[in-house]
Design a binder for this molecule. Structure first.
Ligand code: CUA
Length: 478
């Protein structure tokens, strides 16, 4: 082959071919949004734009290669009766330089563009909402830090469960957990993620972001939702038998007010938990904030997706805790159930491996779970926990109604002295207290873990105020 002979006609042909290739690249790239999920974040626009540039280039190269192939098949096909060999040739320096330099330049440009998009997405934004996520086979959990001010009532912090007070003490925020990710349009989000067991991968196709969760590390992912709606979250790393079921949702609310409307009842659920540990335990297990349901089956919670088949079934677990497990471990049934959640590898049910991770579940949550699991008995022999200790450490003085109004009324109104009988019955000293209501008073005692005795006036449904007289817990040595 001779060196390239560029006469006017050749140049014209090359220009036409180039135009056709580029136009074809744009055309092919133009079809791709049809197969993409909705663009629901600022990052999805950046990623899609980058992807479109790659597709224009890739589309043009595809047309060039396929066009040359088809052209060669047609133009250089053997003539009838021609059985001779083709021309022998090797090496064309000009051509080799061209087909090395052009792809090198393309790859370099794409590298720079990709790096720009990547670093722009990863850059911390102003006013980011921090959500902590835990991935564990086969469930996502999202932990939010919520200020108490999100609920509409004034709360006397000293009446809240001790565990909640401890949570509030470090950053004045309440930790709220949900199996879905909630946020709202326009608010940048950063998620700090850690797995409890193996590698998982957080992927929201509508946001075009994906990030692995790596044991022993905290990894982050950032996005800013732009369109309200509900979008799937998937695990994009094969993590075990139910990997395909490790799915959740992002709920993008319209605005902050709508987000807070979701958050407020969640905060109330945390700070005013059911005082009944069995009910509390059921609430926790039915909420799917822990991955238990993805591996265990429990008919009583079948409506909450409790149909996993990786770990032992929990139907009748209270009976086994009291019989075969007690015999095997020498533990009291309630202690055995507690240990099975807190330190799952300490004793493995026969036939099951050491798959369950330490989920880092708080003491009060585990006690409530044990109380509820203790009711799972076919023999009619429930396992019970120490409810007094539970009440003292895990349940607060839960008000039934909004007491902002009631306290306002209380200060405005006349004085009433609390019946000292209540004090005696509650077994502790009661501080002098006055309440603002004249009639229809009802004294109730609520054990409370606090240093200062307080009086709460709450408005009952009938608007007849109820006085909750709070006795001091007996002091040590008393
Ligand atoms: Cu987690 Cu796949």
């Amino acid at each position: 082959m001779n060196s390239l002979n560029l006469n006017a006609r050749t140049i014209f042909t090359l220009v036409i071919v180039a135009i056709v290739l580029i136009a074809g690249g744009f055309l092919l790239a133009g079809f791709t949004p049809l197969i993409f999920p909705v663009q629901a974040s600022a990052e999805s626009q950046q990623i899609d734009e980058l992807f479109r540039i790659m597709l224009v280039i890739g589309g043009a190269i595809f047309l060039l290669v396929q066009g040359l192939l088809v052209f060669s098949v047609w133009r250089f096909r053997a003539k009838p009766g021609d059985n001779s060999d083709g021309i022998h040739m090797h090496g064309n320096t000009t051509l080799e330089i061209i087909w090395t330099v052009i792809p090198a330049v393309i790859v370099l440009v794409l590298t720079i563009l990709s790096w720009q998009v990547f670093s722009s997405i990863q850059a911390p934004k102003d006013d980011e909402m921090l959500v902590r996520s835990v991935g564990a086979r086969f469930n996502w959990a999202f932990n939010y830090a919520a200020p108490l001010s999100v609920i509409s009532q004034t709360v006397d912090v000293s009446t809240l469960p001790q565990a909640v007070q401890d949570d509030l003490a470090d950053d004045e925020m309440i930790t709220v957990s949900a199996p879905e990710l909630h946020t709202y349009v326009g608010r940048p989000v950063v998620i700090e993620m850690e797995p409890r067991d193996v590698i998982h991968s957080f992927w929201v196709p509508a946001f075009r972001v994906k990030q692995d969760l790596i044991p022993g590390r905290i990894t982050t992912v950032r996005f800013t939702p732009t369109v309200a709606g509900t979008y799937p979250i998937k695990c994009a790393e094969l993590c075990g038998a139910n990997h395909g079921a490790m799915i959740s949702q992002v709920i993008v609310h319209e605005d902050e007010a709508a987000y807070n409307a979701w958050l407020a009842p969640e905060v109330e659920g945390v700070i005013f938990p059911s005082a009944d540990p069995v009910e509390r335990g059921r609430d926790i297990l039915a909420s799917n904030i822990y991955p238990c349901y993805t591996c265990h089956v429990l008919t009583d919670l079948a409506a909450f997706n409790w149909n996993g088949n990786v770990g032992p079934a929990l139907n009748g677990i209270a009976d086994r805790a009291a019989t075969s497990r007690a015999a095997a471990t020498g533990q009291l049934p309630a202690d055995y159930l507690y240990q099975s959640i807190d330190d799952p590898h300490a004793y493995l049910a026969p036939g099951y491996g050491a798959l369950m991770p330490d989920l880092g579940i708080g003491d009060c949550d585990i006690r409530a779970m044990v109380a509820y699991l203790g009711t799972q008995t076919a023999a009619g022999n429930p396992v019970v926990i120490d409810t007094e200790a539970y009440a003292a450490e895990c349940a607060g003085a839960a008000p039934e109604t909004d007491f902002t109004e009631a306290t306002a009324e209380a200060t405005a109104d006349a004085e009433a002295t609390v019946d000292p009988e209540a004090t005696l019955e509650a077994g502790g000293p009661l501080a002098e207290a006055t309440v603002g209501a004249q009639s229809g008073l009802e004294i109730t005692e609520e054990p409370l873990n606090t240093d200062t005795p307080t009086l709460e006036v709450t408005a009952a449904e009938t608007a007849i105020p109820t006085v909750i007289a709070t006795p001091l817990p007996p002091t040590a040595g008393a």
